[in-house]
Design a protein around this ligand. Structure first.
Ligand SMILES: Cc1cc2nc3c(=O)[nH]c(=O)nc-3n(C[C@H](O)[C@H](O)[C@H](O)COP(=O)(O)O)c2cc1C
Length: 331
């Protein structure tokens, strides 16, 4: 039996498979079951700044708007935040009490402000680490890439002001100079980067002529995006990479570790196949490592990244050009 232990954000995990942030990580019972299934750590469902702001707007819109005393509105703002915060800190506390695996809290912030202070409460409730889910879709015409990147670095700086537990930043792939941005974020004080979050995408129903949600789960080829960027960046930055999106099998997990990921996060695979996917992945990872003669995860981590492969420019190729034109075996 191989040794699957891995170190992520300075935490010791019994294996590199993390249950990524989702509704499957929002009650102590679910988290206990994920631990029993064998995951190395859990990222809790994010607490969403925007959701709390919406709840506040809804509350005050139902309230007597003509009220002149603005302290009432402040009161609701405070009250709603406190209620959400109390629920989340209890989840952290209960999950820590009931399990032995690292519990990573997740905060979805879009403004750097006083919000970051929430992070301190998560630390005080026992969270082992914090994931900042700062996925800001660059949809605003007036906002430049630099404005957007500053928004991220301000959020990070604020959070780091409040906590001493390790912090990871989860980002999407929509940046104009991704390698530069990943390097910049890697030097911002975070201990890890989660590559990548996956957007909720709208689709169009052509019968009803209206917008509908697209499939919320990833497909099994989507791991190729984090694979490329993990392989390109893992040898060039000094923080851990946790690969996320499209990891559906042990083969995907192995590939992402070969690309240099310290850990891998699964969500859609759990929703689609249930918890039994975890022991299967662990067993297949063990078998593969035994067959290849790898005793530890570190023995093969990064063997296919930018600094290890003989043709690193293969990772940077975007056009098909002549390469496939010559290959008759493909047709
Ligand atoms: C139902 C659902 C809920 C999710 N909730 C969160 C969340 O609260 N915070 C977060 O950072 N990501 C959330 N995600 C995104 C996942 O953590 C993950 O990044 C994404 O699904 C890609 O991974 P996958 O291909 O393994 O599903 C959610 C995903 C799904 C499907």
């Amino acid at each position: 039996m191989a040794n699957l232990q891995t170190n992520y954000l300075g935490l010791n995990l019994k294996n590199p498979i993390i249950a990524g942030s989702s509704g499957l990580c929002s009650t102590p019972m679910q988290i206990k079951r994920l631990e029993e299934a064998g995951v190395g750590a859990v990222v809790l469902k994010s607490i969403f700044e925007e959701e709390i702001a919406r709840e506040y707007e809804l509350t005050i819109s139902n309230y007597n708007r003509s009220h002149e005393n603005y302290e009432y509105y402040d009161y609701f703002d405070y009250k709603i935040k406190e209620q959400n915060l109390a629920k989340y800190t209890k989840l952290i506390y209960d999950a820590k009490r009931d399990t032995k695996i690292p519990i990573i809290a997740s905060i979805n912030a879009v403004t750097p402000a006083e919000w970051a202070s929430f992070a301190k409460k998560f630390e005080d409730s026992g969270a082992d680490a914090l994931e900042i889910n700062a996925f800001i879709l660059p949809t605003q015409l007036h906002k430049t890439s630099l404005d957007l990147e500053k928004q991220y670095t301000d959020i990070i700086a604020n959070v780091l002001n409040y906590v001493s537990i390790p912090v990871a930043l989860k980002i999407g792939p929509y940046f104009s100079s991704l390698a530069n941005v990943i390097e910049t974020f890697s030097k911002s004080g975070v201990k890890g980067l989660v590559l990548f979050n996956r957007t909720f995408n709208p689709d169009i129903d052509i019968d009803d002529l209206k917008l509908v949600p697209a499939n919320i789960f990833s497909s099994d080829w989507e791991y190729l995006l984090p694979l490329r960027w993990t392989a390109l960046m893992s040898g060039r930055i000094g923080v851990d990479i946790s690969a996320s999106t499209g990891l559906h099998s042990s083969i995907d997990i192995i590939k992402l570790i070969l690309a240099g990921a310290k850990t891998t996060q699964i969500v859609s695979a759990l929703y689609k196949h249930g918890l039994s996917v975890v022991p299967r992945m662990i067993s297949e990872l063990n078998t593969w490592m035994d067959e290849k003669g790898f005793e530890t995860i570190d023995d093969f981590r990064g063997k296919a990244n930018n600094s290890s492969v003989s043709e690193p420019d293969f990772l940077e190729r975007v056009q098909f050009m002549k390469y496939f034109g010559d290959r008759e075996d493909i047709v």
